[in-house]
Design a protein around this ligand. Structure first.
Ligand SMILES: Cc1cc2nc3c(=O)[nH]c(=O)nc-3n(C[C@H](O)[C@H](O)[C@H](O)COP(=O)(O)OP(=O)(O)OC[C@H]3O[C@@H](n4cnc5c(N)ncnc54)[C@H](O)[C@@H]3O)c2cc1C
Length: 464
């Protein structure tokens, strides 16, 4: 066996120092040579050498294989890193909805935010610029006041930072590092270019310009598409169909919607299936006949050597859990980072009110908090009158929305280790704990070790 490194991502400044000297400084070379592996019997090193020496030919080959034949996964071998700065938190929500990319973002939890706010083009265009600026200044002042008030109230500095940010609007800017392959990038650009927010159209343009400058044969069709842009109108129409339904359904923050009754049997059957020679139907019948203790023994066997950083077996992915949750924008910012889930959202809703942290109550700042929420709500309505989607920029981190959250049991194990842990932020920790409690009640077998990193050893010992 031989293993050679064919490439790796290095800082663009270093690339810049040598790039002008050769045409072959493009990730297209790797994609083109890998594309040929399936039909060219030569050693990969030789195939790569040829692609390096004839970049034009490599580009033609990429276009033919990726776009002509539809062998699109070849474009995944080319990877880009982007620094993205001065992007609003609202726009980040859309950007980070791309699940086949990696992100690391400046945290409002750990960093005190200054006057880092964007003025969206849509707000300028609808003549509400001065009201917007006034509100942003007011919220920034209230955020600072709340932070100081919490410190005066002897709250820990980390709590003061973490909780005063609930008053920040979604127009606050972020910065992040993004790693994405060429296939996902092309899809990303097309969707962002079709988005209703101009800020995202601008981001699409910038990403496209850079990517096409480096790898034109891999990012070929990054244009806006009617299929994506018409989605906004379609949603409006579908939303209209729900207008007549009277609903006061906002009491429960977490609901488990899946029919979980047979999930434990399915999990045990999947474990028997992959370990034996019987079909899933027979494995299910066998699971149905077992006592809970027998089933727990089977699951426990798979977990005997597991450490807290190990994933449970892939068979756990066959169990799907569908939740409806109501979360603040702060909580959603964390929830959406779990890429092995399926998430669909409603817009932030004034009817759902705002999430007020306990620390705000402890320091007696609820009135000020509610006033800030009311001010944001008023301008939101003004902007919406213009049918302006950009109204969401004035929503707060405390604003709430409904989310459909579909997660498999394997990912829930991962999620709960991080999010039920004592280091997790309080709102997502509460959410994770509620989810785990519900699942444990419904899946006494499959959920035996569900919980935070901090309780892993204790839970594992109790199984013995
Ligand atoms: C305490 C805490 C603090 C945090 N602080 C920050 C912060 O300051 N800034 C910030 O940006 N984020 C922060 N995060 C978010 C964190 O970086 C992750 O994005 C988030 O927890 C999602 O988890 P995940 O990436 O492990 O996996 P998920 O997206 O939930 O995926 C599940 C698993 O799939 C695998 N996986 C998924 N995608 C890939 C991939 N592309 N390559 C390889 N394996 C993959 C991994 O095994 C992963 O564990 C924080 C999270 C926690 C818990």
């Amino acid at each position: 066996m031989q293993v050679k490194v064919a490439g790796f991502n290095i800082d663009s400044t270093l690339i810049g120092e040598i790039r002008g000297k050769s045409e072959s400084f493009t990730p297209e070379v790797i994609s083109a040579s890998y594309a040929r592996i399936s039909r060219d019997p030569r050693d990969i090193g030789q195939i790569r050498k040829e692609a390096r020496e004839a970049v034009k030919k490599a580009r033609i080959s990429n276009e033919k294989i990726i776009f002509g034949l539809g062998h699109s996964s070849v474009a995944e071998h080319a990877v880009f890193n982007f620094d993205i700065m001065g992007i609003s938190r609202l726009a980040v929500e859309e950007l980070e909805s791309f699940r086949l990319a990696s992100f690391t973002e400046k945290s409002q939890r750990y960093i005190k935010i200054g006057k880092d706010i964007i003025l969206p083009k849509e707000i300028e265009d609808c003549g509400l610029e001065s009201q917007f600026n006034d509100l942003m200044k007011f919220l920034s002042d209230e955020y600072n006041n709340l932070y100081l008030k919490m410190l005066d109230n002897k709250e820990d500095e980390s709590v003061a930072k973490e909780d005063s940010r609930y008053l920040l609007p979604l127009a606050v800017t972020a910065q992040l590092g993004m790693t994405v392959n060429a296939r996902e990038l092309e899809y990303m650009i097309s969707r962002l270019a079709s988005h209703k927010l101009e800020e995202l159209n601008e981001l699409a343009e910038k990403l496209s310009k850079i990517a096409r400058g480096i790898a034109p044969s891999l990012v070929r069709y990054p244009e806006a598409a009617d299929y994506f842009s018409n989605k906004f109108e379609t949603r409006n129409k579908l939303g209209g169909m729900t207008n007549k339904i009277v609903s006061d359904d906002k009491s429960e923050e977490v609901k488990l919607l899946s029919d979980t009754e047979d999930c434990d049997n399915l999990l045990v059957a999947a474990l028997l299936f992959s370990s034996g020679k019987i079909g899933i139907k027979d494995a299910r019948t066998a699971a149905l006949r077992m006592s809970v203790k027998e089933k727990i023994d089977i699951v426990r066997n798979t977990m005997e050597d597991m450490q807290l950083y190990d994933s449970v077996w892939r068979e756990f992915e066959h169990v799907h859990l569908l939740f409806e949750v109501i979360v603040s924008a702060s909580c959603f910012a964390q929830l959406k980072r779990h890429r092995m889930t399926t998430i669909t959202v409603q817009p932030y809703s004034q009817q759902l009110g705002v999430k007020i942290p306990e620390s705000v109550k402890r320091c007696g700042a609820v009135k000020e908090f509610e006033k800030a929420a009311e001010m944001s709500s008023r301008l939101y309505k003004e902007i919406r009158k213009e049918k302006n989607f950009a109204a969401d920029y004035v929503m707060l981190n405390a604003s709430r929305r409904r989310v459909l959250f579909d997660i498999n049991l394997r990912e829930l194990y991962h999620f709960s280790r991080l999010r039920s842990d004592k280091h997790a932020q309080w709102e997502i920790r509460t959410l994770s704990e509620k989810m785990c409690k519900m699942v444990k009640r419904k899946l006494p077998v499959g959920a035996i070790l569900l919980g935070g990193k901090d309780s892993f050893s204790e839970m594992k010992n109790s199984l013995q």
